[in-house]
Design a protein around this ligand. Structure first.
Ligand code: DX5
Ligand code: ZN
Length: 223
């Protein structure tokens, strides 16, 4: 039987609001509000000003969020050489830890390290990176994240040409009989979520935090 802890019910998506679009002065309140509104995970975007042209939050903030979050922390590392920091992020409380395939010379060993340290391992790729680059890594992953915007900022428009990657990943996961969730991140809203039928998890920042949280989350759960 499939593990209920990782697989969503058929037809109902998991929703991971990205706190990049939340009120940074009130993160505890925001996290509790989206949890009450039906969110499944909290998506945390970590940027280093180098791998992407923006700086956000680091290990100490993740540690503080962990203390107040009733939901798993889904940490998306947009940093160079993530192997330097995976242990710190897991100790701080990352439940899912996702690295970019472009950010390290040896993604397989970083994914193995994440798993060995007790977190769920995720791989992701920039829109310009071919899906073939992550296929050989899927058997080391609990999660594969398809970026549907260029990583770095919230509030960008969904890139329709990335949908084919979701389809290809679903076919490969079926073929290899893997237990790997497909997550989509960037420009997700009521319309674009409908185009991602093969996804299991929707990350949404500006869409969820820009309206009534419960309505936004309910819409994404059943697009
Ligand atoms: C972009 C981040 C996203 C971002 C999504 O680099 O990975 O998680 O916050 O924001 P929206 O949903 O507004 O596109
Ligand atoms: Zn993200």
């Amino acid at each position: 039987m499939s593990s209920l802890s990782t697989l969503p019910l058929r037809g109902s998506k998991l929703v991971a609001p990205s706190i990049l679009s939340a009120d940074f002065a009130n993160l505890e309140k925001e996290i509790k509000a989206v949890a009450t509104a039906g969110a499944d995970w909290i998506h945390v975007d970590v940027m280093d000003g180098h791998f992407v042209p923006n700086l956000t939050i680091g290990v100490p903030v993740v540690k503080s969020l962990k203390k107040v979050s009733p939901l798993p922390l889904d940490v998306h590392l947009m940093i160079d050489k993530p192997e330097r920091f995976v242990e710190d992020f897991i100790k701080a409380g990352a439940d899912y830890l996702t690295i970019h395939v472009e950010s390290t010379q040896d993604p397989a060993s970083v994914l193995r390290k994440i798993t060995a340290l007790g977190a769920k391992a995720g791989i992701t790729l920039r829109p310009g990176t071919s899906v073939e680059s992550v296929l050989p890594l899927l058997n080391l992953c609990d999660l594969v994240l398809v970026m549907t915007v260029e990583p770095g900022f919230g509030g960008q428009s969904f890139m329709h040409d990335q949908i084919a990657k979701i389809t290809a990943l679903r076919a490969e996961i079926r073929k290899q009989k893997l237990n790997c969730l497909i997550e989509v991140d960037g420009g997700i809203n009521a319309e674009t979520a409908k185009l991602c039928a093969d996804a299991d998890v929707f990350v949404a920042g500006s869409y969820v935090f820009g309206r009534n949280y419960a309505e936004g989350i309910a819409t994404l759960k059943n697009p």
